[in-house]
Ligand binder design. Structure first.
Ligand SMILES: Cc1ncc(COP(=O)(O)O)c(C=O)c1O
Length: 446
């Protein structure tokens, strides 16, 4: 294992240069931003982020699961530079260029299942979800939408109507779009029905038919079920085996479209191109974004051709599929397919095993789960009551930042590990070491 020149804390963050920028930012940027902690970035390379005061951090969050190829992968940077030097924009909704056609073909062929697909390119995850809502309604002629508690699908009014992660994200923005129904997710650690897998026989899915469709919602008016194959913002929750297939079967029974939101879980993060590839379920529509452009803003709606019924002019986007972003996405897919998917699987098992062994030492960790480099560790005050230990995660994230490790939380009390897919064994062991040191000092709780 090679030693590297990070993490390296030269001045307690935020240092003087960082503080000045934070102050200026806070004076002028809109009041809605969250700002997890005062990280002020100057540059990055691989899984290392350097701040303006010269502190070097090991990154376990990838700018919220985005910087898939790290901070400035040479192949991605070169592709962006070359595309930028050719032309910056022409509007893919109205004109043609090769990279847009090539990217659409590539995503269509990469998506799970054998049906022919068609691709719409967007600027973001939210815009992909928003378009998928419109496509589902248009294609089925139905208005109903089903989403899951804890889900995050974005913040524009349509996507926000599907989001059910934190009330602050919805409060004050109503009325949201009608005919959206939220149901419990397959969250076995905290089953809403108080049941246990597998004896529950996937009650959380069968109840949709037995309760929701019997009493509240006509399934023949439901356009789509939107689901994250691994719930992201809700707490990195991996549903039980058979769950996604059972939802697929239910959709098939009533002619409902199945939409996978793979905006956080897609593009190699789980060790396969899509989380859906682990379970062999073909959705009707997949939304991707985040890791697709390594940080350049691009998303996509990948839909079965049979679903893509909207006619010319029904939907569009000025910047969606911008040529520079298409170039970034194509280079990202090259790197992810040739190296990083396998690396995510390998480093993911190391990191998961490391977190599981920390859970054996520290009782504050109630559950560890994940696939590839999408790993969650849920913190609890008491393992029997499973009362969420939100403060403990918050505390850990801040301590780790001061020690040179970038972390993030998700859900009520989950530590989310979503590093760049370029992580190596030095990074994994170094990060785990810092997490362990921080857990030792955490409020004397362990
Ligand atoms: C699963 C999922 N869907 C949608 C979104 C929204 O994507 P964006 O922030 O690019 O609009 C996110 C962002 O966190 C996400 O994780």
């Amino acid at each position: 294992m090679t030693t590297k020149d990070y993490p390296r804390i030269v001045v307690t963050p935020p240092g003087p240069k960082a503080r000045a920028i934070v102050e200026r930012d806070e004076a002028w940027t809109s009041s809605c931003y969250i700002k997890e902690y005062p990280l002020v970035v100057a540059r990055g390379q691989g899984a290392m982020v350097e701040d303006v005061d010269g502190n070097r951090f090991l990154d376990f969050m990838a700018g919220i699961a985005v910087s898939s190829t790290g901070y400035g992968h040479p192949k991605v940077v070169t592709a962006v530079q070359e595309a930028a030097a050719r032309f910056l924009h022409i509007c893919g909704s109205d004109f043609y260029y090769e990279s847009m056609a090539v990217l659409a073909e590539r995503l269509a062929k990469l998506a799970p299942g054998s049906s022919k697909k068609r691709v719409f390119l967007s600027n973001s995850g939210t815009e992909a979800v928003e378009g998928a809502i419109k496509l589902a309604r248009f294609s089925t002629g139905r208005s109903g939408l089903i989403a899951f508690k804890g889900a995050f699908h974005g913040r524009s009014l349509g996507a926000l109507s599907l989001t059910s992660s934190k009330v602050r994200q919805r409060a004050g923005f109503g009325p949201l779009i009608p005919d959206v129904h939220h149901v419990p997710f397959g969250y076995c650690y905290r089953c809403d029905y108080g049941k246990t897998f597998p004896s529950c026989q996937l009650h959380c899915v069968s109840t949709l038919e037995q309760d929701l469709f019997a009493r509240h919602v006509d399934p023949h008016n439901v356009a789509a079920i939107f689901v994250e194959p691994i719930q992201g913002e809700g707490g990195y929750i991996v549903p039980p085996p058979g769950y996604l297939q059972a939802i697929r079967d239910l959709c098939d029974k009533y002619g409902i479209l199945l939409v996978f939101d793979e905006i956080q879980s897609g593009i190699g993060r789980t060790g396969k191109m899509f989380a859906a590839d682990h379970v062999g379920v073909e959705p009707d529509v997949i939304c991707v974004a985040k890791g697709l452009g390594s940080g350049m803003p691009i998303g996509a709606i990948i839909a079965k051709e049979s679903v893509t019924k909207w006619e010319s002019g029904a939907h569009g986007s000025t910047f969606g599929g911008n040529p520079v972003c298409c170039a970034a996405a194509l280079a990202t897919l090259d790197v992810v397919e040739s190296e990083l998917m396998a690396n995510a699987a390998k480093m993911g098992s190391l990191l998961l095993a490391g977190m599981k062994s920390l859970a054996e030492k520290f009782r504050v960790i109630g559950d560890v789960r994940g696939v590839g480099l999408m790993i969650g560790a849920e913190f609890v005050k008491n393992r029997d009551t499973r009362e969420p230990a939100s403060e403990a995660v918050h505390d850990l994230v801040n301590r780790a930042f001061a020690r040179g490790l970038l972390l993030l939380s998700a859900g009520k009390s989950t530590l989310r590990l979503a590093p760049p897919l370029v992580l190596d064994s030095y990074d994994v062991e170094t990060g785990l070491g810092i997490i362990e040191d921080c857990l030792r000092t955490l409020n004397g709780k362990q």
